[in-house]
Design a binder for this molecule. Structure first.
Ligand SMILES: Nc1ncnc2c1ncn2[C@@H]1O[C@H](COP(=O)(O)OP(=O)(O)OP(=O)(O)O)[C@@H](O)[C@H]1O
Ligand SMILES: [Mg+2]
Length: 174
């Protein structure tokens, strides 16, 4: 199942991230794919806001992992946010015990890039891809507005995430 949503500003992208936060449960794992500057971290910061995580969420490009604690439904949980940009295979990941975090079923795990990891994951996951979206004919008249358009493509091949995507589809997003 695919769900495509167009956004026209970073705020709209964050808003969708916030909506998704309502559907998350412990053990959920999401891969964020797509171009540089596509909006992965922007989306994730909206999700973090929705989970009541205080403070700024930034890409852990150097540390590879950021961890944030939050409480959902009275249960203490954590958001594990990985950024595997420039890492091409599992063996290239520095020895920081990343597997422990990624396979922790008590956390919610978000992975930016890290396409190579998908094959290794034995749990159901959701994939969210971010693309720049240039379609309007008036792009030349308003390049700034065009620069803000993104297509967010959610893909799920398992019933667990398909169900959640159906719920997301039925939510008022903007
Ligand atoms: N509709 C939009 N949605 C998300 N971000 C947008 C949008 N329009 C403009 N932007 C801008 O694009 C940039 C997106 O950066 P962000 O760090 O979220 O991307 P990223 O996909 O995480 O990049 P990287 O691959 O470098 O980690 C931000 O500067 C944001 O303000
Ligand atoms: Mg990022």
């Amino acid at each position: 199942m695919k769900l495509e949503i167009l956004t026209s500003s970073p705020e709209d992208t964050k808003r969708i991230g916030r909506s998704l936060s309502q559907l998350l449960s412990q053990g959920d794992i999401i891969f964020f794919l797509g171009e540089l500057g596509g909006g992965k971290t922007t989306f994730i910061s909206g999700t973090a806001e929705g989970l009541n995580i205080k403070g700024n969420v930034t890409s852990p490009s150097f540390t590879l992992i950021n961890i944030y604690d939050f409480v959902k439904g009275g249960i203490k949980t954590r958001l594990v946010h990985c950024d595997l940009y420039r890492i091409d295979s599992f063996k290239d990941i520095p020895d920081i015990g990343i597997e422990e975090y990624i396979y922790d079923t008590k956390s919610v795990v978000f992975v930016e890039w890290g396409c190579f990891l998908k094959e290794k994951i034995s749990r159901d996951y959701l994939e969210i891809k971010f693309e720049y979206f240039f379609e309007d004919l008036d792009a030349e008249d308003n390049p700034e507005a065009m620069n803000q358009k993104r297509k967010i493509i959610f893909s799920a091949e398992n019933s667990y995430w398909k169900q959640k995507l159906e719920l997301l589809k039925s939510m008022k997003l903007f």
